[in-house]
Design a protein around this ligand. Structure first.
Ligand code: CA
Ligand code: CA
Ligand code: CA
Length: 366
């Protein structure tokens, strides 16, 4: 381990910017795109000072959209791969003042772009956490928290997709919106017993390159003024499941992500790739199974059925609970006459809690 960390630190001078407890190597995003004044990119000299949403980012030479406003990327001649990102749903954060724990927002949000305007302090822990989940898909780049009190925050996650491991596309984005210092943050996945799955990822923000700057106000937790407008650097870390040593053998055990705030983290949000995290199985709804047309004879597999399935991870299938046979949607028109008891199955291997019985006649017997 000692040797490996030494190697990591040598490589940090080039491009590797994070060390994990394994051979993890998350990487810095090199440009971000937002909808500030319609369209903004971080290499621009303009410093955003208002609410604005992350609409895209460049990682490893590829620009991905977040799904907030793909059209704005297109309209500005940005070539991109479509993506779908949303803020990690952090529900509560401490409201206890400690150190320089503060709220930040774009310098113009308070109504005075050049100084102190009107600001109302968050009233409870849910309102505090909302600075990391506000805006379209939770991706407001112009709001966040500085120097979050050290300690863990746990958030439930569901159905991590093994196909997302080491596929080149980030599974998490972690933002850092002010000056970093030497205090590291840590991210780790946990199973239902609270035990780690894979490795921890230790983030040394000072080793990650800034992509640009923005203009921010800072407020104490009681709402009192601190400073602004302050130019602050933007850093975004792209993380793949592989960086946490998740494998197809263990990824199904993950139920929780734990962020351990080092005490000087300044995020606008932590985002999930929606396609890397599935919908919880208990939302899969199997509400109907209709006969569309009977089979033409007792031995002909040409009956057609049509299930009603929703809220799961498409594409959907059916599974016969009597035979275990799985029927993809292309096979819903190739059914032999008979009696079937079916459950719905989604792409994350979730099955519906209910089953529906259907009897398929053949036209020869009618
Ligand atoms: Ca202001
Ligand atoms: Ca935010
Ligand atoms: Ca991935």
């Amino acid at each position: 381990m000692r040797t490996q960390r030494t190697i990591l630190h040598v490589l940090a001078a080039a491009s590797l910017i994070v060390s994990g407890t394994g051979d993890a190597a998350a990487q810095a995003v090199t440009e971000v795109f937002t909808n500030y004044q319609g369209f903004w990119q971080s290499s621009s000299a303009t410093l955003p000072d208002d609410h604005h949403m992350l609409i895209g980012f460049t990682y490893d030479g590829v620009t991905y959209s977040t799904g907030v406003n793909d059209q704005a990327l297109t309209d500005n001649s940005i070539t991109f791969t479509e993506g779908s990102f949303e803020a990690l749903n952090i529900l509560k954060l401490s409201t206890t003042p400690v150190g320089q724990y503060r709220i930040f927002q774009g310098a113009a949000v308070d109504g005075d772009a050049s100084g102190e305007g009107t600001f109302t302090a968050p009233t409870d822990s849910a309102a505090m956490a909302s600075y990391l989940t506000d805006g379209d898909q939770g991706l407001d780049f112009g709001t966040g928290l500085a120097n979050i009190a050290g300690g863990p925050t746990r958030v439930a996650v569901s159905n991590l997709q093994s196909s997302a491991i080491n596929d080149g596309m980030p599974d998490l984005l972690w933002t850092q919106m002010a000056q970093p210092n030497a205090t590291n943050d840590t991210l780790v996945f946990l199973d239902e017993s609270g035990q780690p799955v894979g490795d921890s990822l230790v983030v040394d923000w000072a080793g990650i390159s800034s992509v640009g700057n923005w203009s921010s106000d800072f407020f104490n937790l009681d709402g009192s003024w601190v400073s602004g407008p302050d130019p602050k650097p933007i850093r975004v870390l792209a993380i793949d499941f592989h960086d946490l040593a998740l494998t197809s053998g263990v990824i199904g055990d993950v139920t929780t992500v734990e962020i351990h705030w080092g005490g000087s983290s300044d995020p606008a949000f932590i985002a999930l790739n929606s396609e890397s995290f599935g919908v919880p199985c208990d939302q899969l709804t199997f509400s109907g199974l209709q006969l569309v047309s009977a089979a033409s004879s007792p031995a002909t597999a040409d009956a057609t059925i049509s299930p009603t399935i929703s809220n799961g991870n498409e594409p959907y299938s059916l599974i016969s609970i009597l035979t275990g046979d799985t029927l993809s949607s292309s096979e819903w028109s190739t059914i032999l006459p008979g009696r079937y008891v079916m459950k719905a199955l989604d792409n994350s291997d979730c099955t519906s809690s209910n089953s529906i019985t259907i009897s398929i006649p053949n036209r020869a017997c009618n």
